[in-house]
Design a protein around this ligand. Structure first.
Ligand code: KG4
Ligand code: ZN
Length: 332
């Protein structure tokens, strides 16, 4: 089964073709840069850009995969959660193409796409696994026992991990999206100069809270003045986020006795995070699974993959063009 996947929930336009037996055949991502000047995503600009990008990218993936539109068996599109205008662009185009090509279309949950993204790699994880989903909008620990079987063990009560990276990066004068820039600056930081708190690790439970770290960074910034200050703050902040995520993930693995951990979402691209989790995995005999870095952030391949699994089960969404800016994962 050939499935075309379309992702347009935020500021990245991703389009891909996945085949149920041959795997990923083609994928392209257009990362919008017009938001950089505003220090965050401007929803209307995002929607307008998606309108220009989706169809050319569809043509491009078909050409790369050397397929005619008639070969496509189904279309998967992100229907939520995300920005309503951006979602509507992808959904309208996906539904229209499905109607024109007489194939089924399927509404995919963006977070299901993220947590299944490691399935696109050469040694995919098997069920059950714990998924640590760390993106710009979400921080979740999920017990995954099968496709669509998601039990949320913990989540952020305030800022998402990626959001905390972005806000702290902004404070340090770094461009948007700040996560990768902060990670780069942290490489020059002095280990041990500052120690930031590890929020909510001193009490039981699997929820997270990252907004206090951003405040801690602001106060540290105001209290000192030296040339390496920014790098040292970046280092201490990154360490605090990574260690907090690690402590909670260890708890979730112990609690469920599950031996596989999937790390997905944009923050999962962080190299230091991967090193720290890999070291723990080796010691505790836990199998770690990550998508390749470009599939940690938003992409069409994960949507094509998730959509394909559901289309194979003969699932199909109604003809109406409807999206869900808020859509709890537990409703799947
Ligand atoms: O999954 P994603 O593309 O979008 C959402 O669905 O939210 O994640 C984007 C987030 C941003 O907050 C970005 O700063 C963060 O992932 N990010 C990183 C890194 N690469 C992306 N954070 C830390 N280190 C990175 N290397
Ligand atoms: Zn995402």
């Amino acid at each position: 089964m050939y499935v075309l996947g379309i992702e347009s929930s935020c500021d990245d336009t991703g389009v891909a073709i996945y085949h149920s037996k041959k795997g990923l055949l083609a994928h392209y991502i257009h990362r919008q840069t017009e938001h950089d000047a505003y220090g965050g995503v401007v929803p209307e600009l995002a929607s307008r850009d998606h309108i220009h990008r989706v169809l050319p990218l569809v043509k491009q993936v078909l050409a790369t995969a050397q397929l005619q539109p008639s070969a496509i068996d189904g279309i998967a599109y992100t229907a939520g959660p995300g920005l309503i205008g951006a979602l509507l662009v992808g959904a309208s185009i996906a539904r229209s193409l499905a109607y024109a090509w007489s194939v089924p279309a399927l509404a995919v949950h963006h977070l299901e796409g993220h947590l299944l993204a490691p399935m696109l790699e050469s040694s995919p994880p098997s069920f059950p696994f714990i998924a640590l989903l760390v993106s710009g909008g979400h921080t979740l620990l999920i017990e995954v026992t099968g496709l669509g079987c998601y039990h949320i063990l913990g989540e952020s009560v305030d800022d998402a991990a990626g959001e905390a990276f972005d806000k702290t990066a902004k404070l340090l004068g770094l461009p948007y999206p700040g996560g990768p820039h902060l990670a780069k600056l942290a490489e020059q930081g002095t280990p041990g100069r500052f120690r930031f708190p590890r929020p909510m690790t001193d009490r039981p439970g699997l929820d997270f809270s990252f907004s206090g770290l951003k405040t801690h960074a602001r106060q540290t910034f105001a209290q000192h003045d030296d040339p390496n200050l920014k790098a040292d703050i970046a280092y201490a902040f990154e360490e605090a986020v990574i260690e907090t995520l690690l402590i909670k993930s260890q708890r979730a693995l112990k609690q469920t006795k599950i031996k596989t951990l999937v790390i997905a979402g944009g923050v999962g691209a962080n190299q230091r995070l991967r090193q720290r989790f890999a070291a723990y995995g080796n010691k505790a005999k836990i199998t770690m699974a990550y998508p390749r870095p470009e599939f940690c952030t938003d992409n069409g391949a994960m949507i094509a993959y998730a959509g394909c699994q559901r289309l194979l089960r003969k699932e199909e969404s109604s003809l109406a063009i409807s999206v869900r800016p808020r859509w709890p994962l537990t409703e799947l």
